[in-house]
Design a binder for this molecule. Structure first.
Ligand code: KIV
Ligand code: ZN
Length: 523
C-alpha cells in the first residue's frame, strides 16, 4: 500500500463520503454488494477523495464490500471503520489491503456521558485506548483517521488531550464528529480553532468535520468547521445516515462552489455526477428524495409562480443561483418514442449521465422499447427510472412472467406466473386489495418468512399513463432488502419490486450458507 496522495493545501477540502457506512446505518438503507460496487464507481468518477466503504468487523457482508471496493477503485482512498480494539483494527486492515490507497478510521467516545454509560471507562483508560488503537492502525497503513465520538459534547480540555495523544500515535486525520447533531455553527468553528491553535502537532494533520442533522444544521456546521480550519468534510449522498442523517454531499459541494466568494476552498468533485449519484442512492435504498430537497429534489429547479416564470424567461439569473446542468440535471431536446433507435437511445443515456456497457445498453434498450410500446412519449424521468431499475437488479433466481389482476367492487384476485430457476409456476390468489392478492401469490409460489416492511408507490412523471415507481422493503432475521421497479402497470411494478427484494434476500442467504440451496425451497 502506498502513502496517501491527499494533499493538505490550505485551500483544498477533502471530500469523504460515508454513504455506504454511516448512510447504510440508517434503518432500512441496506445495500447489496453489487449496489455498493456500482455506487463506489459513481463516487470515484465524481471525484470523491475518500470512500468509507463499510465497517468490516460488523459482518462478513461489510468486510466483503470493503475488500471488493478496495480491489476495483483506484482513484479514491478506500476507508474502513474500526472501534478502538485490536480485533476491529486487524479486520479493517485486512479488508482495505487490496486498496491502492487505504485508510483505517478508528474511533472511541470522549464525552462524559458516553464514557460513563456506553464505554464504562474512565478518561485515562480512554487515552490509553486511543494511543493503542492509533499505533496499531499505523502498523498497517500510513493513512489513519481518528475520531472522537460525541466530540461536541466533550470537555474541551479533555478533547485537546485526546487529540494530542492521537496525533502523537500517528493519526493523519483528526475527525471531530457532532455525533448527536447538537452543535451550532459558531461553536463548531471555535472547537477547530482551539484545537489547531493549542494541540501540539496539529499543523501536521488534517482536521475533519462529521455532522449529523438532528437540528437541520449539518451542512451549516460542516461549512463553519471549514472556516474554523477543518480541511476534510464527511458527507453522504442525499444526506442519509443515522437518525436525521449526515451532511448532504450535494449541498456541501454546491455551497462551496456557489459561494466561493465567502468559502474560497477547492474540492475535486465534478458536480455533474451529483444527480446520477442521488438517483442511484435513492433507487437502491428505497429512500425517496423529498421534492423540495436542495440541489437534487424534483422541484429544486422548478419555477411555478407566474412572477418567477416571467423573471426566468427574461433572465435565468433572476431566480437561479446555479443551473440544473451544473449538477447533471439535463433535460434534453431529444424526444424519445417507439421509433427511436439504439443510437438515439445511447445519446440520450449519455446526456442523462449514464455510460452503460454493451450488455447493459442492450438490456436497457429492450426495456425502453417495451415501455415505448405502452407509452406515447417517453420522458427523461422514465428513462432514468428504467435504467436505475436495471442497474439495481443483479442475477435473479425468480422473475415475473404473466400477471393478470382483477380489481374493483366485486373483489380482487391475482393470477401470477413466476419463473423460478427457469421453471414457470403459476398460482391464483385473492386478497384484501389487488396488491395483497399479488403478494399472496408470490408467497404461495416462493414460500418465505420475510416480513413486508414498506410498500411505496409514486408516479415517475405526470399524466395518467405515467410509470409507477414501486419500492418494496422486506425484513428477514434482521436483514433488510429493498427492491424497486418501474412500469406503466402499478401491479406489474409491485410484483417486480417484491420479487427483486426477494431475490436479494435469497442471494444473501445463499452467500451466508451456500450449501442450503434447495431448488424451489425459499424458506
Ligand atoms: O457520528 C459519529 O460519531 C460517527 C463516528 C463513528 C465517526 O459516525
Ligand atoms: Zn456519524
Amino acid at each position: 500500500m502506498t502513502a496517501p496522495a491527499i494533499d493538505a493545501a490550505k485551500d483544498r477540502v477533502v471530500i469523504f463520503d460515508t454513504t455506504m457506512r454511516d448512510g447504510e446505518q440508517s434503518p432500512g438503507a441496506s445495500m447489496s454488494l453489487d449496489e455498493k460496487l456500482e455506487l463506489a464507481k459513481i463516487l470515484e468518477e465524481m471525484g470523491v477523495d475518500v470512500i468509507e466503504a463499510g465497517f468490516p468487523i460488523a459482518s462478513n457482508g461489510d468486510f466483503e464490500a470493503v475488500r471488493r471496493i478496495a480491489e476495483i477503485v483506484t482513484e479514491s482512498t478506500i476507508c474502513g471503520l474500526a472501534r478502538a480494539t485490536a480485533k476491529d483494527i486487524e479486520r479493517c486492515a485486512e479488508a482495505i489491503k487490496p486498496a491502492r490507497r487505504g485508510r483505517i478510521h478508528t474511533f472511541i467516545s470522549t464525552s462524559p456521558v458516553h464514557m460513563k454509560h456506553k464505554l464504562q471507562m474512565g478518561p485515562n483508560a480512554v487515552l490509553e485506548a486511543i494511543h493503542a488503537s492509533v499505533s496499531l492502525a499505523r502498523n498497517h497503513t500510513d493513512d489513519v483517521e481518528w475520531s472522537a465520538e460525541d466530540a461536541t459534547r466533550t470537555e474541551r480540555d479533555f478533547l485537546r488531550r485526546c487529540v494530542e495523544v492521537a496525533i502523537r500515535a500517528g493519526a493523519t486525520t483528526i475527525n471531530i464528529p457532532d455525533t448527536v447533531g447538537y452543535t451550532y455553527p459558531e461553536e463548531y468553528a471555535d472547537i477547530f480553532r482551539d484545537l489547531i491553535a493549542n494541540v501540539p502537532g496539529a499543523d501536521g494533520v488534517i482536521f475533519s468535520t462529521h455532522c449529523h442533522n438532528d437540528l437541520g444544521l449539518a451542512v451549516a456546521n460542516s461549512l463553519s468547521g471549514v472556516q474554523g480550519g477543518a480541511r476534510q468534510i464527511e458527507v453522504a449522498v442525499n444526506g442519509i445516515g443515522e437518525r436525521a442523517g449526515n451532511a448532504a454531499l450535494e449541498e456541501v459541494v454546491m455551497a462551496l462552489r456557489v459561494r466561493a466568494d465567502r468559502l474560497p476552498y477547492q474540492t475535486r468533485i465534478d458536480p455533474r455526477h451529483i444527480t446520477r449519484a442521488s438517483r442511484y442512492v435513492s433507487a437502491i435504498t428505497g429512500f425517496p428524495v423529498q421534492f423540495n430537497k436542495a440541489i437534487v429534489g424534483k422541484n429544486a429547479f422548478a419555477h411555478e409562480s407566474g412572477i418567477h416564470q416571467d423573471g426566468m424567461l427574461k433572465n435565468a439569473e433572476t431566480y437561479e443561483i446555479m443551473k440544473p446542468e451544473d449538477v447533471g440535471q439535463v433535460e434534453t431536446n431529444l424526444v424519445m418514442g417507439k421509433h427511436s433507435g439504439r443510437h438515439a437511445f445511447r445519446e440520450k443515456l449519455k446526456a442523462l449521465g449514464y455510460e452503460l456497457g454493451d450488455e447493459g445498453l442492450n438490456e436497457a434498450f429492450q426495456r425502453f422499447k417495451d415501455l415505448a410500446d405502452k407509452k406515447k412519449q417517453v420522458f427523461d424521468g422514465d428513462i432514468v427510472a428504467l435504467v436505475d431499475d436495471s442497474l439495481a437488479r443483479g442475477k435473479e433466481r425468480i422473475t415475473v412472467g404473466r400477471l393478470v389482476v382483477t380489481a374493483g367492487t366485486e373483489g380482487q384476485k391475482a393470477e401470477l406466473t413466476l419463473n423460478i430457476d427457469g421453471e414457470p409456476r403459476s398460482a391464483a390468489c385473492s386478497g384484501d386489495g389487488p396488491v395483497d392478492a399479488v403478494f399472496k401469490a408470490i408467497r404461495e409460489l416462493a414460500p418465505h418468512e420475510a416480513m413486508l416492511q414498506l410498500y411505496q408507490v409514486h408516479a415517475v412523471t405526470e399524466g395518467a399513463d405515467a410509470q409507477a415507481h414501486v419500492t418494496v422493503r422486506l425484513e428477514e432475521g434482521g436483514h433488510i432488502s429493498t427492491g424497486t421497479a418501474a412500469d406503466t402497470d402499478t401491479m406489474t411494478a409491485s410484483a417486480m419490486a417484491y420479487v427483486s427484494a426477494l431475490n436479494t434476500l435469497i442471494a444473501r442467504r445463499e452467500k451466508a450458507a451456500p450449501d442450503t440451496r434447495v431448488a424451489g425451497g425459499f424458506r
